[in-house]
Design a protein around this ligand. Structure first.
Ligand code: AG3
Length: 275
């Protein structure tokens, strides 16, 4: 018998993966969690029927959500990830000479599943610079003022526990928690299927931060493949950064020239954020 997992890309489109083995399923306090072994993409982490990552292409998303803000900042010492319980974003951050990398994940079961089934991502948790907090990022961030150099929101889609991570009040709290040169990045979904969300997030961030910018990457297993990230910056203009010519960390997607070009967004995406 063939086993397939399908994710809705939109109401009328599904993407399906042939599955070799169901490694784990559980209902956590917040969501349904599954780890599947797929034929083509290796292990996959699924939350509420939505693909969070596959081993085949997770590097693209994690490198781009981490290296673009860190290199833009130039010398970050203290970095925070909100969400990202699989550890992929943290792993990329730790390739930089940061002093501390904190991660606040609401669902400890995601961290546990990653430790058990996704060792290439959860390596990050044993780094002495990493500190993990299991609580709601929205409450956590309110306690900090002028503290983090870079804050990265690696959330699930804007449904269920993640809804508040796309709200303006939350971005205000992030602004306050950032240091003077602080940089913020959030994953902001597909411009095909979530155009309204992207528009709204961009406009909130542009209201709060002196600089706002959208960049893209191609993540084949996410709906539409073309994925957006939205950056808010207090002092540094993301479009005019001296990106070092050599990359002094290991990366498979990120390069200095990709860093410069990822802010050149397609006309229809520009249209979404400028209306
Ligand atoms: N963060 C979630 C990306 C959203 C994927 N959405 C989708 N497939 N509809 C990824 C978590 C990885 N650290």
């Amino acid at each position: 018998m063939e086993l397939w997992f399908s994710e809705y890309q939109s109401k009328n489109i599904k993407m399906s993966y042939k599955i070799k083995e169901v490694l784990h399923t559980e209902k956590t306090k917040y969501q349904n969690l599954a780890v599947l072994e797929s034929e083509e993409c290796g292990r996959m982490l699924i939350l509420d029927d939505v693909v969070q990552l596959t081993m085949k292409d997770e590097f693209i998303y994690h490198e781009m959500i981490a290296h673009v803000p860190l290199v833009t900042h130039g010398s970050p010492e203290r970095v925070l990830v909100i969400g990202g319980g699989d550890g992929g974003t943290l792993r990329e951050i730790l390739k930089h000479p940061v002093k501390e990398a904190h991660l606040v994940e609401i669902d400890e079961k995601v961290i546990e599943a990653s430790k058990k089934f996704l060792p290439d991502l959860s390596v990050a948790f044993s780094d002495p610079r990493a500190k993990i907090f299991c609580e709601d990022g929205i409450a956590y961030i309110k306690r900090f003022k002028n503290y983090y150099d870079v804050i990265i929101v690696d959330s699930t889609d804007p449904v269920g526990p993640a809804v508040g991570l796309f709200r303006k009040e939350f971005y205000n709290d992030i602004f306050e928690a950032l240091t003077e040169k602080g940089i913020f990045v959030a994953q902001t979904e597909s411009p095909f299927y979530y155009a309204d969300l992207l528009k709204e997030v961009y406009s909130s961030i542009a209201d709060i931060f002196p600089y706002a910018a959208v960049y893209t990457a191609v993540v084949p297993t996410y709906p539409g493949a073309l994925w957006t990230f939205t950056m808010g910056s207090k002092q540094i203009d993301p479009h005019n950064v001296e990106v070092p010519n050599i990359c002094n960390f290991e990366a498979k997607y990120y390069t200095p020239s990709i860093h410069k070009s990822c802010f050149s967004i397609p006309a229809f995406v520009k249209d979404i954020i400028s209306k």
